[in-house]
Design a protein around this ligand. Structure first.
Ligand SMILES: N[C@@H](CCC(=O)N[C@@H](CS)C(=O)NCC(=O)O)C(=O)O
Length: 237
C-alpha cells in the first residue's frame, strides 16, 4: 500500500495510526503543498490528503493487477477495516458502531478543523519561535489564507475545543476508550486530530492525562510520537 500525504497533516497522521494499528506495511509519498493538486486531481477529483493506494498483486506474475484509490481519512479507515478485519477499528455491535462513526465524523469535521485554526493562529503569533524559517512562515501564511484563519476565527474554533476537550479527557480517563472496551476509529481520530495541540501550553498544561493517552495510542499504533510529545521534546519543557 502507498500513502500520499503531507508530512505535517493531522488527517494523514490519522491514516498512519490506523495503518500501524492494523500492522500494514506501506510506503509514504510526501507531496508538496500547492503542487499536490497536479497529482491528486487526476487521481481522485479531490485535492485533499491523505490518499491511500492499494495495489493488488497478481499472485502468478507478481505484477500489480489493479489499484484501489481511496481519498478521505474516514473512508481509508473503513477500507482498512474491511480489508484487514483484525484488530477491528469499527465496532461490530450496532449501537457502538453508530456511536464510533458519529464521533469520528464530529472529530473530523468539527474538532480537526478547530485544531487547525487554533494551531496555525498560534504558529503565526506566540508560537513563531517553533520554526521561524521563511519556508515554515510561508507555509503557515498560505494555510491561514486558504482557510481564513485569523484572531477572530481562531477564537471561535477555540470555543469548540473548550466544549470538546473536557469530555474527551474525562471519557479517556474513566473508560480508556471513547466507545466500548477497545480502540476504535473514534480514539484514532481523536489522537491524531488533537495531536497538534501538544505544542500549545494553553492545552498541554490543563490536560496532562489527555496528552498521555494520545501518546499511548501512538505507541499502540507503532507511530512515532507527534511534536511536543516525544521524550526529547518533553525534556525541553
Ligand atoms: N476530511 C478530510 C480532510 C483532509 C484535509 O483537510 N486535508 C488537508 C491537509 S490537513 C489538505 O489536503 N489540504 C489541501 C487542499 O485542501 O487542497 C479527511 O479526513 O481526509
Amino acid at each position: 500500500m502507498h500513502l500520499l500525504q503531507f508530512s505535517t497533516s493531522h488527517y494523514c497522521r490519522k491514516a498512519r495510526l490506523a495503518l500501524g494499528y492494523k500492522g500494514c506495511s506501506y510506503t509514504i509519498e510526501n507531496l508538496t503543498p500547492g503542487l499536490h493538486v497536479f497529482k491528486l486531481k487526476p487521481l481522485t477529483q479531490c485535492t485533499t490528503v491523505p490518499v491511500l493506494i492499494d495495489e493488488v498483486k497478481d499472485e502468478r506474475t507478481d505484477r500489480d493487477r489493479a489499484s484501489t484509490v481511496i481519498t478521505d481519512s474516514s473512508r481509508i479507515l473503513a477500507y482498512l477495516d474491511r480489508r484487514y478485519p483484525a484488530p477491528k477499528l469499527i465496532p461490530e455491535h450496532r449501537d457502538q458502531r453508530d456511536r464510533a462513526l458519529q464521533l469520528e465524523d464530529w472529530l473530523d469535521e468539527s474538532i480537526g478543523t478547530a485544531t487547525r485554526f487554533v494551531y496555525y493562529q498560534y504558529r503565526a503569533t506566540e508560537g513563531k519561535a517553533i520554526n521561524p524559517s521563511w519556508m515554515s512562515m510561508a507555509v503557515i501564511a498560505i494555510v491561514r489564507q486558504q482557510y481564513g484563519i485569523n484572531a477572530t476565527t481562531a477564537k471561535l474554533a477555540a470555543a469548540r475545543l473548550d466544549l470538546a476537550l473536557p469530555w474527551l479527557d474525562r471519557t479517556w480517563q474513566d473508560h480508556g476508550f471513547l466507545v466500548g472496551d477497545a480502540l476504535s476509529v473514534a480514539d484514532i481520530a481523536a489522537a491524531a486530530l488533537l495531536s497538534p495541540l501538544a505544542l500549545l501550553p494553553t492545552y498541554r498544561e490543563p490536560y496532562p492525562a489527555l496528552f498521555d493517552r494520545i501518546a499511548a495510542i501512538h505507541t499502540i499504533c507503532n507511530e512515532p510520537l507527534p511534536p511536543g510529545l516525544s521524550p526529547s521534546d518533553q525534556s525541553k519543557r
